[in-house]
Ligand binder design. Structure first.
Ligand code: GLN
Length: 456
């Protein structure tokens, strides 16, 4: 697979032209919603003239289409924002551009990042890089697939409950969801502000590390960002690793369990110790997540009123009709479902019973994690219960779709760093991913560990 270093020191125009032609050749996967060709070529020429320099000078990349970026509309894969041209760029994109990286296109996603398969895109699903009859995963499905297909060496995604890790595992690439607050969320379409994180897909850990290092750091425009703590570091010897028992139940696909155990053998061979640990509250994690996240979604999506920006319905007579029709036409079914659930759990009659209870349970989850981290450096388990499922297989049943998030939502609710690393393929050739979870700000430790195993 291609690496960032393959593009460094090369003619930037050629790098961009070749990436764009690879994207066009692979159109049938529907991983990209737009190309930013004109702007990309202008930037490439500036790199070639020596006017733009940096650690990623001339390296093409792709951003999920919920990042505000110049050169094409920022749609969040929705009708609501279909023609929205960003007046500014996300801080993450700006930081990469300052290092000379060149965005060549915007990747498909579940509309507003609500989903786990990219089937909720208003513009049609993305197909899995290994099997076109299967889902790409989601919500950052397009970003995972462009990386897996070697269209670009890295891509950006957002992860609120698994949207980087799950598609990374479905497509055999590295997916990094950092500690909450590591990378600025400024300029990224908000989903659930208390768990939204910005991260990257790459074909190898060193590249993921470099991209995260560039993006991390305090941003005055996002008050939840942490002062930069992210420093790539060498692998630590003899770490204590805990295999989360609740992620290895009979409901989990046997091949996924087998791949996880195999990865654990590698960890042991590298001198780390692995014990089974228990995180009993995990069984309530989905219930917490699907109360807290819709609550925040309903609040964040209230801004789409058909007036300030976004789709505005025609042929309306009253203000209520303008709101209602614009929102009805601009949102997908899954967006509406979350707005309704969110409004319900926040309503005065049900706030205490649902939202407040979920937040209390979330604190218990954080405490359980903290207790484990008193004795363990890293936790491990599969990233997903199964390899990529079939297109259309879960669309009729939202609960079934939500169940696929069971492994990834706990780290999101607790704000912990978590990465998905490829751990082989199923017998039918589908990639399987293993998830490493660490305590807050241990992102560099996780990446160093994954890198040391990759080199084995
Ligand atoms: N699949 C999860 C959901 O539907 C995660 C989405 C995300 O991380 N953006 O909420």
């Amino acid at each position: 697979m291609t690496k960032i270093s393959d593009f460094i020191g090369k003619n930037a125009r050629l790098n961009v032209q070749e990436a764009i032609s690879r994207a066009k050749d692979k159109e049938e996967y529907h991983a990209l919603l737009s190309l930013t060709e004109e702007r990309a070529l202008e930037r490439a020429d500036a790199v070639d003239r020596g006017e733009i320099t940096g650690r990623l000078a001339g390296v093409p990349f792709v951003v999920k289409d919920n990042f505000l970026a110049y050169g094409a509309p920022t749609t969040a894969a929705s009708k609501m924002l279909e023609t929205f041209n960003a007046p500014l760029q996300a801080t993450a994109v700006e930081k990469l551009e300052l290092e000379g990286a060149i965005c060549i296109g915007k990747a498909n996603l579940d509309a507003f990042a609500h989903g786990g398969s990219t089937e909720n895109s208003a513009f049609g699903p993305t197909k899995n890089a290994y099997d076109k009859s299967r889902v790409a995963g989601g919500s950052s499905g397009g970003s995972a697939v462009v990386t897996a297909l070697d269209i670009v060496p890295f891509a950006l995604g957002s992860d609120t409950g698994g949207s980087i890790r799950q598609p990374a595992s479905f497509n055999g690439v590295i997916g990094v969801k950092p500690t909450y607050g590591t990378v600025s969320r400024y300029g990224v379409v908000a989903m659930a502000s208390s768990t939204d994180t910005i991260g990257a897909f790459a074909t190898n850990v060193a590249d993921a590390e470099l991209v995260m290092d560039i993006m991390a750091g305090k941003d005055d425009k996002d008050m939840t960002t942490l002062p930069d703590f992210f420093t790539p570091s060498p692998a630590k010897p003899s770490l204590k690793v805990g295999l989360i028992k609740e992620t290895m139940t009979d409901d989990v696909d046997p091949e996924v369990k087998q791949a996880t155990l195999q990865y654990i053998e590698h960890l042991k061979a590298a001198g780390h110790t692995v014990d089974e640990v228990t995180l009993p509250i995990v069984k309530y994690a989905l219930a917490m997540y699907y109360i807290i996240v819709p609550a925040e979604v309903s609040s964040n999506l209230a801004r789409y009123d058909g007036i300030r920006y976004g789709h505005r319905a025609g042929d309306v007579r009253t203000l209520a009709e303008l709101y209602g029709k614009s929102r009805d036409e601009g949102f997908m079914t899954e967006n509406k479902r979350r707005i309704m659930i969110g409004s319900y759990v926040l309503s005065s009659g049900f706030f205490d019973a649902y939202y407040l209870q979920a937040q209390k349970a979330r604190t218990l989850l954080v405490n359980e994690f903290n207790k484990l981290f008193e004795n363990y450096d890293v936790l491990i388990g599969p990233t997903t219960p199964t390899p990529a499922f079939g297109l259309g297989e879960n669309t009729a049943d939202p609960i079934k779709m939500y169940l696929a998030d069971i492994m990834t939502v706990p780290a999101s609710l607790a704000g912990l760093p978590a990465i998905s690393v490829p751990a082989g393929n199923s017998e039918s050739g589908l990639p399987i991913g293993v998830q490493l979870v660490g305590q807050r700000r241990s992102d560099a430790t996780l990446l160093a560990l994954a890198k040391s195993l990759e080199e084995l």
